[in-house]
Design a protein around this ligand. Structure first.
Ligand code: F6R
Length: 234
């Protein structure tokens, strides 16, 4: 795994943006996307780039169970607002959190991943080391599935909701094995709150207790940090 450390999240984002654009120029066909606050600036820069992306398919890591795609808290809504409505992607794919049959929805999503192998997966991480909504304890063999959110993840995400009880308890998420199938992964982590999880990811043992540590086994993982997130690295 290659670790790059920048002074600020802005500088880190600039470097991430340059790498993504380079991959676009090299003919990337499918990009995997994350939501959350970490990649927001990256998406802002992408939508301002006015790139023709009509040959690129997107797949997203996850979606809350029970939120309609037009619910402002849903990840479908987030992606439309921050990226999709500004760019002409060939197709965009975010799990449907209100599918009647959630198991079938997970299978449908895995089928999309088979048809569109991900060239580059953008990732963020939770303070507990989760990637997607793969919480500590999730099998490294997992594929797209319905996951229970841990209390710490619901706590971390409540900032996006009016009331804590509004934070969904479940999500559909690509599994760890689905994420590891991507040809390249780019993890972004900013801020002191991520420093301990970053340490476990980069220096800790590879263990399901810190899902992001699995990236040590990825042949093409690039970790982009600001100084605060890198604060606990040796
Ligand atoms: C979102 C996702 C999550 C987030 C993580 C960090 O699609 O998969 O794993 O990347 O929770 O969230 P932020 O960036 O809000 O700190």
């Amino acid at each position: 795994m290659k670790v790059l450390i920048f002074k600020t999240p802005e500088e880190a984002t600039e470097a991430a943006y340059d790498m993504v654009i380079k991959r676009f120029d090299e003919g990337l066909k499918t990009i995997g996307l994350a939501t959350g606050s970490t990649p927001l600036k990256l998406y802002e820069k992408l939508r301002q780039s006015n790139r023709d992306v009509s040959h690129i398919t997107t797949v997203n890591l996850d979606e809350y169970v029970g939120l309609e795609p037009d619910d402002p808290q849903s990840y479908n809504y987030y992606m439309n607002e921050v990226l999709f409505k500004y760019m002409n992607f060939a197709s965009t794919n975010v799990p449907n959190g209100v599918a009647e049959d959630l198991e079938k929805e997970c299978e449908r999503f895995e089928e999309i991943l088979r048809r569109h192998p991900v060239d580059l997966q953008i990732l963020g991480m939770g303070p507990n080391g989760h990637i997607g909504f793969n919480e500590p304890g999730t099998s490294f063999d997992s594929v797209t599935h319905v996951a229970e959110l841990t209390p710490s993840t619901r706590e971390a995400n409540k900032r996006f909701f009016e009331k804590e009880e509004d934070v969904p308890k479940k999500a559909i998420t690509m599994g760890i094995s689905s994420i590891m199938d991507s040809k390249e992964v780019m993890m972004l982590a900013f801020g002191e709150a991520k420093a301990e999880a970053v340490r476990c990811m980069v220096e800790g043992p590879v263990t399901v207790d810190c899902p992001a540590s699995v990236l040590q086994n990825h042949p093409n993982a690039i970790i982009i940090l600001d100084e605060a997130a890198a604060g606990k690295l040796k």
